[in-house]
Design a protein around this ligand. Structure first.
Ligand SMILES: Nc1ncnc2c1ncn2[C@@H]1O[C@H](COP(=O)(O)OP(=O)(O)OP(=O)(O)O)[C@@H](O)[C@H]1O
Ligand SMILES: [Mg+2]
Length: 359
């Protein structure tokens, strides 16, 4: 495998800014992609993911800031000189060309030799499980197969960098899951550097070495999936990551619900993940169950703490009914704490939480 590997290149964005008619799309964006690693740009619609990707590709020009590939500044280079493969959201195969011709299209344009074309085509088709389908037209393929042809077209060129913009959004959930694994395996087997755009946090967490969560053109947090999940830097990250995401509520709401007024709670926002919550008969935060969603392995209980929504994910065989009055409990060390005015993570006060939860 080793000799087949592509040498992935590092990518760096340094304070990159881009606006359209005075509206900031990308705002002092910083990004570092290590060679041969998988980075996911994640964030809500309109946060600047595609614009950032297109700036790396050279399809858009940044207003300011620096873009470097393999340590060299490339801001002045046109897309073709950046040695990058790209898969767009609408992968648009040529309908009149066969699978083989679609995959080879870029190589033909670059006048690769016939023998070279054949070797690479066989290798790529083999890798993507398309060998039996090379003579078909795109209309004779399933959505997932078409998607793989689009991937084939990008990887056959064996570029050190591959950029993908929501490549799986047209597929159904099951196929999307399979393709996630396939793309990840492909990237690891070939060793190129990947920047992959999605607004699906589950996709980001499962695929990435590095997740870069964006909000309004800026990087809100970047880190490994585990760092982002376990140590969200802001309430925005906490509320974006996880299925369902972290419960986030004002400290004062918890104080009111437990009858434990404490001035320290007024200035903070508290966070706890649904899977860390258990239902206790004896002590904990009083809550009312509103809906119960049975998922098989576990149950999602939509509760209300005072006026705040609060979700608990508990074992599937537990019995809970709507309108039940319960007490919710969680380990004090699973409690996250954020500054209420800035939304930024602050150190937690375990004694305070133990006090609250013993109510
Ligand atoms: N060509 C353009 N002209 C004007 N405004 C644009 C253009 N392209 C993007 N924008 C604006 O820039 C902002 C960022 O857009 P971008 O496409 O990067 O978002 P995105 O994160 O990819 O969103 P989505 O998840 O919906 O694809 C948006 O407010 C968008 O309306
Ligand atoms: Mg986009």
């Amino acid at each position: 495998m080793q000799e087949d590997q592509i040498r992935g290149q590092a990518i760096a964005l340094n304070d990159v800014t881009k606006s359209w008619d005075g509206t900031l799309a990308v705002d002092r964006m910083n990004l570092n992609v290590e060679p041969g690693t998988f980075t996911v740009l994640l964030g809500p619609s309109g946060c600047g993911k595609s614009t950032s990707l297109r700036i790396i590709a050279g399809l858009e020009h940044a207003d300011s800031g620096e873009i470097a590939i393999g340590g060299k500044s490339v801001g002045h280079l046109p897309p073709a000189k950046r040695d990058i493969a790209m898969v767009f959201q609408s992968y648009a195969l040529f309908p009149h060309l066969s699978v083989a011709e679609n995959i080879l299209f870029g190589l033909k344009v670059r006048r690769a030799s016939k023998a070279d074309q054949r070797t690479r085509l066989n290798k790529t088709a083999d890798l993507l499980g398309l060998s039996e389908l090379l003579a078909r037209k795109p209309s004779q393929l399933s959505g997932g197969q078409q998607q793989r042809v689009a991937l084939g077209r990008a990887i056959i060129a064996e570029k050190p960098i591959c950029l993908m913009d929501e490549p799986l959004s047209n597929l159904d959930a099951k196929l999307r899951n399979t393709m996630r694994t396939e793309i990840r395996d492909l990237q690891q087997a070939l060793g190129f550097s990947m920047v992959y755009v999605t607004h699906d946090q589950a996709e980001a967490i499962t695929m990435a070495d590095q997740v870069v969560l964006m909000k309004e053109g800026r990087v809100e947090q970047s880190g490994t999936p585990r760092e982002i999940y376990e140590q969200p830097a802001t309430t925005f990250v906490a509320g974006f990551i996880g299925t369902p995401p972290m419960n986030v509520l004002p400290g004062s709401a918890l104080a009111a619900a437990t009858g434990q007024a404490n001035a320290n709670l007024d200035s903070i926002t508290l966070g706890v993940r649904p899977e860390h919550v258990s239902v206790s008969e004896h002590s904990g935060v009083p809550a009312i169950v509103e809906h119960v969603e049975y998922l098989g392995a576990d149950i999602l209980a939509d509760c209300r703490v005072g006026n705040e929504k609060f979700i608990a994910r508990i074992e599937g065989h537990a019995s809970l009914s709507p309108r039940a009055e319960v007490k919710l409990h969680w380990p004090a060390e699973q409690m996250h704490c954020f500054d209420r005015s800035t939304g930024e993570r602050t150190p937690s006060d375990k004694d305070l939480f133990n006090h609250l939860l013993s109510a």
